[in-house]
Design a protein around this ligand. Structure first.
Ligand code: SF4
Length: 413
């Protein structure tokens, strides 16, 4: 079971990735749903076989860091006993589905997508024809409830709609602007996803965006027997009935001790599961408003972010040096020092290199580490050309202050 560690790969349980702090073992939890007892086990695994640090990724997966190759077989055995082990690394690599985090709990949603997400993951993992998909290829399934996935980048994005014939889905391909195709009956979603993925594989593109640019979205949709879908009002507006506490993880990291504390506090008030989001936060479905107050008080002294105004919510930062071998700066330490300068409406991204793992899109200010200093991009991503290069942290802070001041002046002028 113990597969060789691969550098620069998308890590799984069967194909862990080597990093500066040991192996990264990523757990892909279907629908981002983590039963509370499993969350407790993950904290234990991290303490026992990892370095006690757990990341929540932009695809709502949890990854254990600092696993040694000696410990890996024991960790894999424990994951197998918990029923979370894929049959083979190729199936695990392409089982990339992001679902609405409140699936099944949200009365605003068009339908409960949990069974569809599970079926889609099973198809991706079990269909060898789809194992040629790139490991970064991702499918999103949005139930059109309160927490939509419109800002989540996916190669194929399904969005639930209400039609005269009942719940259905429309599909959007990355790179195809606002074109939507459908409607697709819920029981047909998996077959359509497989057909779109098969169409993608006929090209030589790395991601769907590139394939769309070459072939055209309408032609790819035709391969899956889909036509354009036009409607002006897709979302429902039923009252909300689900009580949820959202806790944000500073820069997407939680210590095993913190996770164990969260699990213990949540268990005392009858919580049964946690929901992972692609936005560095964990949702805790609760039985009442009273339970929100009790749990908030219990977590007040933890390192978890409960305050919606906390500036760290406006900062994205990757793990940086020394944990990532590509980084030359202490990204998270520097991000923590800069966070207080980040105003509401500003997004700061501190990245260890141009790969931009924490936020591969544009931010108000992007600082990209290079040879121990930072390059600055204003309103762009780490791969864009910087307007300033070779900045020390103090210089970067001064520019961040200036950009914030200019923004404020522009807004009040
Ligand atoms: S963005 Fe950060 S975590 Fe990703 S490869 Fe670069 S330094 Fe490493």
């Amino acid at each position: 079971m113990n597969a060789p560690a691969i550098k620069g790969w998308c890590p799984g349980v069967l194909s862990p990735m080597e990093s500066g702090d040991g192996l990264i073992v990523r757990l892909k939890l279907t629908g981002g749903i983590v039963p509370l007892d499993l969350a407790g086990q993950i904290a234990q695994w991290s303490r026992r076989w990892g370095n006690g640090q757990i990341d929540l990724t932009g695809r709502a997966n949890l990854q254990l860091r600092g696993v040694t190759s000696e410990n890996l077989p024991d960790l894999q055995d424990a994951i197998a006993v918990a029923g979370l082990l894929d049959k083979d690394p190729s199936g695990e690599a392409v089982r990339n589905v992001i679902a609405s985090p409140l699936a099944g709990l949200d009365s605003d949603a068009v339908l409960d997508i949990r069974p569809i997400v599970a079926e889609l993951e099973a198809r991706l993992a079990g269909d060898p024809a789809l194992h040629k998909l790139p490991a970064k290829f991702c499918i999103a399934v949005d139930d059109s409830g309160r927490l939509g996935l419109v800002d989540v980048r996916a190669d194929i994005g399904f969005e639930a709609v209400r039609t005269d014939n009942g719940p259905a889905f429309v599909v959007r391909l990355d790179g195809a602007a606002d074109d939507r195709f459908g409607p697709i009956a819920p029981e047909g979603l998996v077959a359509v996803a497989a057909a779109l993925a098969a169409s993608f594989l006929t090209g030589r593109a790395k991601r769907m965006r590139e394939h769309v640019a070459r072939v055209g979205a309408i032609n790819i949709a035709h391969d899956a027997a889909l036509t354009a879908f036009h409607t002006s009002s897709l979302r429902g507006c039923a009252p909300q009935d689900c009580t949820v506490l959202s806790v944000t993880l500073a820069f997407g990291r939680i210590a095993a001790e913190e996770l164990a504390h969260l699990v213990n506090c949540a268990a005392e008030i009858g919580v049964t599961e946690l929901r992972l989001t692609p936005w560095r936060s964990i949702l805790i479905p609760l039985p009442s408003i009273c339970a929100v107050k009790i749990l908030s008080a219990a977590l007040a002294e933890s390192g978890l972010i409960l305050d919606p105004e906390d500036p760290r919510r406006r900062v994205a930062a990757c793990v940086g040096a020394p944990a990532c071998l590509n980084a030359t700066t202490d990204v998270r330490g520097d991000a923590a020092r800069l966070a207080a300068l980040v105003d509401v409406g500003t997004l700061l991204h501190v990245s260890g290199c141009a790969k931009g793992c924490a936020h591969p899109r544009a931010a108000t200010v992007t600082l990209t580490g290079r040879n121990g200093s930072y390059d600055l991009v204003h309103n762009g991503s780490p791969s864009d050309s910087p307007s300033l290069t070779g900045l020390t942290l103090d210089e970067a802070a001064a520019h961040l202050r200036q950009i914030t001041a200019d923004k404020t002046q522009g807004g009040t002028a």
